[in-house]
Design a protein around this ligand. Structure first.
Ligand code: T5A
Ligand code: NA
Length: 228
């Protein structure tokens, strides 16, 4: 049952960022802290590797299968559409949704893929299209980290995109998306995009995340769920 005042709905909060920036650590901390404070919250993660589509994504990421670049991009998006109605219903019922990666990862990673000459494989606009119409987050916390800091955390793993040059391109695309979002949010009252220095101690990052999220979940959000 919702604990929000009046006709307000709960907020949709996304934590985005580079690989090893601490998204999973902080989304799960945030979810527990909300619950401990008596606030209804659900934790969601993309890719959701448990669904049929998610299993195809998982084997692609672990390089046990090959897929056309367009096809895998559309699967990542389809994996979000599988949960779109659920997310919207939760928010309207007063349950905050905390999400570990979302459409911005979809765009930034696919747009960063290049051929052997360094030319982009997929146009930025094409990468954006399949996610148009998905529930829009009210707040995106972008976890920024340098490759040097990521390396200190045991470095990138074995998965397909966990290479330093790829991560640098992804970082630039995330910044471009953030700048565009900021402009739109100011005019249309849409998504707020806030960059967080994720290279610091866990407790410092947690403190900043809570400071941004707590007022939003307590106040609630007016109006319907936005659309990307
Ligand atoms: N992808 C994803 C797409 O291409 N398209 C899409 O549409 C989507 C949704 C897998 C890949 O898929 C791509 C992006 C990815 O390349 P994933 O499953 O989210 O995506 O990736 P994971 O491997 O699960 O997670 P990440 O590598 O992104 O790591 P996290 O979640 O950012 O970091 P976390 O919390 O697991 O922490 C990493 C390590 O650092 C430590 C942790 O204990 C852990 O060991 N750590 C810290 N150490 C020091 N200081 C801190 N502040 C720390 N915080 C955490
Ligand atoms: Na993660």
């Amino acid at each position: 049952m919702s604990t929000l005042p009046g006709k307000k709905r709960a907020p949709f909060i996304v934590i985005e960022g580079l690989d090893r920036s601490g998204k999973t650590t902080q989304t799960s901390k945030l979810h527990s802290r909300l619950t401990e404070n008596g606030i209804d919250a659900t934790l969601v993660k993309f890719p959701d590797r448990t669904t049929a589509i998610g299993k195809m994504i998982d084997s692609y990421l672990r390089s046990t299968s090959e897929l056309d670049d367009h096809a895998i991009h559309l699967l990542f998006s389809a994996n979000r559409w599988e949960l779109a109605t659920t997310i919207e219903k939760l928010l309207l019922a007063g349950t905050a949704v905390v999400c570990d990666r979302y459409a911005f990862s979809g765009i930034a990673f696919s747009a960063s893929k290049v051929d052997s000459t360094g030319a982009p494989l997929l146009p930025f606009e094409w990468c954006r299209d399949p996610d148009v119409g998905l529930p829009a987050p009210d707040l995106v916390l972008f976890f920024d980290i340098t490759p040097e800091k990521a390396r200190e955390r045991g470095g990138y793993g074995e998965e397909r995109y966990e290479k330093e040059e790829m991560q640098l391109r992804v970082r630039n695309f995330f910044r471009r998306i953030g700048e565009e979002m900021d402009g739109e949010a100011q005019s249309a009252g849409g998504t707020r995009w806030i960059s967080i220095d994720a290279g610091r101690e866990r407790e410092e990052v947690e403190h900043d995340v809570w400071g941004l999220v707590e007022p939003l979940v307590t106040r609630g959000v007016d109006g319907p769920v936005g659309k990307l």
